[in-house]
Design a protein around this ligand. Structure first.
Ligand code: C2E
Ligand code: CA
Ligand code: CA
Length: 560
């Protein structure tokens, strides 16, 4: 049974805590059980929701900063000590930090007894077992807490220098293919590569599994960081070569020059360096990216727009609207169908062009619910228009995401059935993309369309991966020539001949051809020379909502 030696009184112990406080990450404490008094390192008060670094009513007080689920457990353990069932406290549980977040701690302490053998003091140490890692034994480098300390030393000065945040590309695959031990070896070797090329004053930290930071507070700029990245890159390649290509991997880097940062607070600097590394990866990996404020603002704008789009989707698609643009049959220059074009506006942003919000919908998967909504609007509208124009057809754009990640064919069939529209009332527009067309889901989709006699148009033909061989496999009803191609053909003899050739080829395999983007009478006359089947463009009409469409085209045609 341990006793507190006469030499060290509680007051003296408190002094020891104060002296050691700046030298340690952990928190020392003494709990005077008999006097119901508690005293802990002052740094604990900065971090946790403690009322003070010294307080009475100890058990009750602990309940205020202990994570609620852990309170009973803690009280049980303390009772055991008081009942002399235990002489050592060793518990892993959670305290609440200043912002009320749970932080895992390991609290250990020895019980000291008085001369009658009653527990008198609990003396020990608390350490954080969560993220607060000072160093990492896999890479042999310091951890994020150490970086934070280094940063804080410079925070008050006008910091000059940079952060180079390095990430191993596709690290997850290395772990999956080669095992975790091999992955650890790659981390260690990469750390060695970085270490071998850094200069004095540059410190390396391992941040998360596959990310390192080189911090330079010596005033060097982004150019030095770029050079450093290239050196690291070369070293990694040498390692891969010396390892006989057992693994092949690349590294990306995000560079943050402190001169580009206005709010030089640690959390902000980390956030921006993370953005920079993500940007390097987004731009194709195996490269570096230097932080530019304008890019970050765009990234934030994109995030905000995505938030609004999601809000709209969850609020009955408010802000979305289906527009319709007339498509004319060249033979009689009469309206034959309309393309459904999605519009979006919100009070905060005003109208956002489809070329900006559609990629966001695609990236986020929101195109799946929105696409279904457009489909519903289009089919509903077609049924209305067919009351005046019985053979009217509506075109709907379908994104590759809908084909790859949803059962779009089923959605089309269900919606046709819901409104009682015949398959001849709809045409699906799909952007031809070459590499996707061999995908199983695509093949099943084309075949499903064919089985159900639903017409398909290949959109933006002539811009991307146009491949006539696919035409034979997919066998679309029509191809649509994008305005950029039309413009080229209107301004360049060779392009004009090429387009003419495409029209002839299409006709020879019984394909219809729609020319998009005709704005003037002149353009129309010239393009008619190559004998297309359909024309779509501002000359015949701009996209508009259903009311305007009905007013301008349907009423007029029905009256004739
Ligand atoms: P797209 O499918 O090629 O649609 C034709 C685009 O050309 C439309 O742009 C239309 O407004 C524009 N256009 C038509 N005639 C003319 C003209 O004479 N001059 C000029 N300068 N432009 C003309 P919009 O509405 O901005 O749509 C852009 C793209 O967004 C569409 O290109 C399509 O790829 C996509 N999109 C629009 N609505 C939807 C939708 O509901 N679902 C999906 N997945 N994509 C859509
Ligand atoms: Ca289209
Ligand atoms: Ca098009």
């Amino acid at each position: 049974m341990k006793r507190l030696e006469d030499k060290l009184t509680i007051e003296q112990f408190k002094k020891v805590i104060d002296v050691l406080n700046p030298c340690m990450d952990d928190y020392l404490y003494i709990y005077d059980i008999k006097g119901d008094h508690y005293c802990i390192s002052p740094s604990a008060m900065m971090r946790f929701k403690l009322p003070a670094c010294e307080f009475t009513d100890v058990v009750e007080m602990h309940a205020r900063f202990t994570y609620p689920d852990d309170i009973v457990l803690l009280q049980e353990d303390l009772k055991k000590i008081i009942r002399k069932e235990s002489n050592f406290h060793n518990m892993q549980y959670r305290w609440l930090d200043k912002s009320n977040k749970a932080v895992w701690i390991n609290c250990r302490g020895s019980v000291l007894y008085d001369e009658c053998g009653e527990p008198e003091y609990l003396v020990g140490c608390i350490n954080e077992i969560g993220k607060k890692q000072r160093a990492d034994n896999v890479s042999g480098l310091l951890g994020e807490t150490s970086l934070q300390s280094e940063f804080q030393r410079y925070q008050n000065e006008e910091v000059k220098g940079f952060i180079l945040r390095i990430g191993i590309d596709n690290f997850k695959e290395i772990n999956e293919n080669k095992g975790i031990e091999y992955g650890d070896m790659v981390i260690r070797k990469t750390a060695d590569c970085i270490e071998s090329v850094t200069s004095p004053g540059q410190h390396i930290y391992r941040i998360v599994a596959d990310e390192f930071i080189v911090a330079d507070f010596t005033g060097r700029s982004a150019e030095a960081a770029i050079k450093l990245y290239h050196k690291i890159h070369d070293r990694v390649n040498e390692f891969i070569e010396s390892n006989c290509y057992e693994v092949f991997y690349t590294v990306s880097a995000g560079i943050l020059d402190f001169s580009a940062v206005t709010k030089r607070v640690y959390t902000n600097v980390m956030k921006l360096s993370e953005f920079a590394l993500n940007e390097a990866k987004e731009r194709g990996k195996n490269r570096y990216y230097v932080y530019v404020k304008e890019d970050y603002d765009l990234f934030l704008q994109k995030k905000e727009r995505l938030r609004q789009l999601r809000h709209s989707v969850n609020h009955n698609f408010e802000g979305f609207e289906a527009y319709f643009q007339p498509i004319a049959d060249i033979k009689n220059r009469r309206l034959s169908s309309a393309e459904t074009l999605l519009r979006y506006h919100s009070e905060e942003t005003g109208a956002i062009p489809p070329m900006q919000f559609i990629p966001l919908l695609e990236e986020s998967g929101l195109i799946i619910p929105v696409g279904k909504w457009v489909l519903n609007e289009a089919i509903k509208t077609c049924v209305e228009i067919r009351k005046s124009i019985p053979d009217f057809r509506v075109s709907v754009n379908i994104s590759y995401v809908q084909v790859l990640k949803s059962d779009i064919l089923n959605d089309i069939l269900e919606t046709l059935e819901k409104y009682g529209l015949d398959a001849s009332g709809i045409m699906i527009e799909l952007t031809e993309s070459g590499f996707l067309e061999a995908n199983e889901n695509f093949v099943a989709f084309y075949e499903g369309l064919k089985t159900h006699n639903i017409a398909l148009a290949l959109d933006d033909f002539g811009t991307g991966y146009s491949n006539f061989r696919y035409l034979a496999e997919i066998y679309p009803h029509a191809i649509k020539i994008d305005r950029s191609f039309t413009l080229k053909a209107l301004n360049n003899e060779y392009e004009y001949l090429l387009l003419q050739h495409m029209v002839n080829m299409s006709h020879s395999v019984d394909l219809k051809l729609c020319i998009e983007g005709i704005e003037t009478k002149d353009e129309l006359d010239k393009i008619c020379g190559i004998n297309p089947d359909y024309i779509q463009g501002y000359l015949f009409g701009k996209p508009c909502n259903y009311e305007a469409f009905h007013e301008n085209y349907v009423k007029e045609k029905a009256n004739k």
